[in-house]
Design a protein around this ligand. Sequence first.
Ligand code: URA
Length: 441
Amino acid sequence: MTDNEADHEADPGAGDPAPWDAQSLLIMKRDGDRLPDDAIDWFIDGYTTGRIPDYQASAMLMAVFLNGLDGPELARWTNAMIDSGERFVLGDVGRPIVDKHSTGGVGDKVSLVLCPLVAACGAVIPQVAGRGLGHTGGTLDKLEAIPGWNPSVEPDRFREIVTEVGAVIAAANDDLAPADRKLYALRDVTGTVASIPLIASSIMSKKIASGTEALVLDVKVGSGAFMREVDDARVLAETMVDIGNRAGVRTTALLTAMDQPLGRAVGNTLEVDESIEVLAGGGPEDLVEVVVALADEMLTMVGIDADPAKVLASGAAAPVWAAMIEAQGGDLSAPRQRATHREEIVAERDGWLSGLDALAVGVASMRLGAGRARKEDDIDFGAGIECLIKVGEPVSVGQPMLRLHSDKPATFAVARHILADAVTYAEQQPDPQPLIIDRIG
Ligand code: URA
């Protein structure tokens, strides 16, 4: 410790109106010590309100990135993020309240089907969702592919829709965990995004503040996910489950595979179309399997005895979906935006598809216009990729495997380049890999 640092040792309450100083807390975390509870509150509040500058918050994020936060420290950090804004109180809606959060993947349109399904089974889902950035899609972007659908819902209207329909998906308002908005933007430019305590507190602060009683996390694992390795995904899941349970929100997690896109559609309009197929009782098996597993978990948590597979296959969730979309101005009978140009990528060999890299498909779809490289980018709702063949299916040379959709024909060459090594073949049918890898909680 330097003399200068000694001058900055924490001295809470020694006549100074501010109980802590930022430099002392930075030194503590740099040296691997535990931050005191009220120091965490002071730091998060100070950064949210502008009293602590970006350079000190950046240093704190890096110290947390390198030295972590222990269980109680992380619970307090998350709680301070929640208290930076308002907690949404839904009130008594006469039915159990449960929500789901996915850590994000390619072709992940699960919420579009799951929310009306779980509502059709008797629970209430007040879901605050986000937008896509990079190769993963965002639920709000997908729903905006429906003409007229509005993601912004005032709190009273939110309560009304939840009570009448049973499910809402909407954008967060400015009062929901504002500390996260500032911290996330800072993490993005300081190399501190990929930190388990920082990811876990970011996700859980928003979910806990949105007022659910129970929560199921869908932690994606594989090339198209935040976590590529099962062991890392398990630690992230355990960390988030611990935060949720400490905060009084019953929380469990499923680890689900994200090595290839989920379902066959990637891109906003294409994913809405596929969700509607599943809600009608059809659609790709892998998507149905993940939706049903998550629905089962959510319903069990809140004590509802229902068979979501049966309810989904019967089409009974479709009217709930229609009511949910119409309540936010969406017109499901209006034509959705379609891309003006299409091209197909064909198989180069006979055999079986043994791999379809989710990351490459996600990045190619983004470059075709379906996603954003920067927050301010516009997206083309019709752009994306149809996966005509999935892993484990037979292929013959010349057979179309991927159908690219874009309004900008010049992007096809870029997408083809990105997808050049995305597909792998096998002589024999590969063994099926489990989609639901583990359950934590
Ligand atoms: N999603 C979030 O909301 N926060 C993160 O840090 C990562 C994913």
